[in-house]
Design a protein around this ligand. Structure first.
Ligand code: FPP
Length: 239
């Protein structure tokens, strides 16, 4: 395990490769998501134990709406089941849950279950767990720009007062405060793209791209990703 000092505070993960995992075993695609959820549980638990402050998981992008309805229904069913099963243990472990993305597009029962879990876990003080659902970073930034423009138009803000910190306050991750910048971005399955994920927040992130497909991404491999981070020399543009 990396030393406390070199631990990333905010880890963001693109959980990729569920479909390929299933296909390579001749299982239906949905079974890859079933196994993917088991990994979510393990990585959330490990992150809390290791001392990560914020874990943000890309569970569903705005582009994922293009998937067949049957697959979407499986994903929402798995999300609801996960929330119902894990809420007690997350509460015990001091985990706070938040969701970012266009939630209004989610089916009502999934939204209801999320609302209940968010409320139940609202006292969590030890780790911020965020699910990005129906999330896209360009939409998030566009929304922030619109809100800032409205504040200027109404006279509540002057354009020359707009700082980077102002923009941060209007992003959906503003509740993370000092942890809103991602320290380590992990994308499994060997793909090396950001895919519209946390574009602002990843400005100075270190990237790790393990070849492993998400359903096979073990806690041991997660610890390897954290080790890789420890060996990076982060200069933030300095020397
Ligand atoms: C990417 O794999 C994965 C997703 C689009 C969904 C990720 C969701 C989960 C792991 C479960 C969500 C549940 C909770 C509790 C957050 P892919 O299907 O794009 O894989 P492929 O690129 O191999 O086809």
């Amino acid at each position: 395990m990396p030393s406390e000092r070199l631990l990333p505070e905010h880890v963001a993960i693109i959980m990729d490769g569920n479909g390929r995992w299933a296909k390579s075993r001749r299982y239906p695609r949905f079974y890859g998501h079933v196994r993917g959820v088991a990994r979510v549980k393990q990585i959330v638990t490990a992150s809390r134990q290791i001392g990560i402050k914020a874990l943000t998981l890309y569970a569903f992008s705005t582009e994922n709406w293009k998937r067949p309805e049957q697959e979407l229904n499986v994903l929402w069913a798995l999300l609801k089941k996960y929330l119902r099963r894990e809420i007690a243990s997350m509460k015990k472990n001091g985990i706070r849950l938040r969701v970012i993305g266009e939630l209004a597009r989610l089916p009502g029962d999934a939204r209801q279950e999320l609302g209940r879990a968010i409320e139940e876990l609202s006292c969590g003080k030890d780790m911020e767990l965020t699910f990005a659902l129906s999330y896209g970073a360009r939409a998030e930034i566009t929304h922030a720009v619109r809100a800032i423009a409205e504040a200027c138009a109404s006279g509540a803000m002057k354009s020359d007062q707009i700082q980077e910190s102002t923009v941060e306050k209007y992003l959906s991750t503003s509740y993370l405060g000092e942890w809103s910048n991602v320290d380590l971005l992990i994308r499994t399955s060997g793909e090396k793209r950001l895919s519209n994920y946390l574009l602002w927040q990843c400005s100075y992130a270190e990237f790790d791209f393990p070849e492993t497909l998400w359903p096979d991404y073990s806690v041991e491999e997660f610890k390897k990703s954290l080790e890789n981070f420890k060996n990076r020399n982060r200069r933030f543009g300095g020397v």
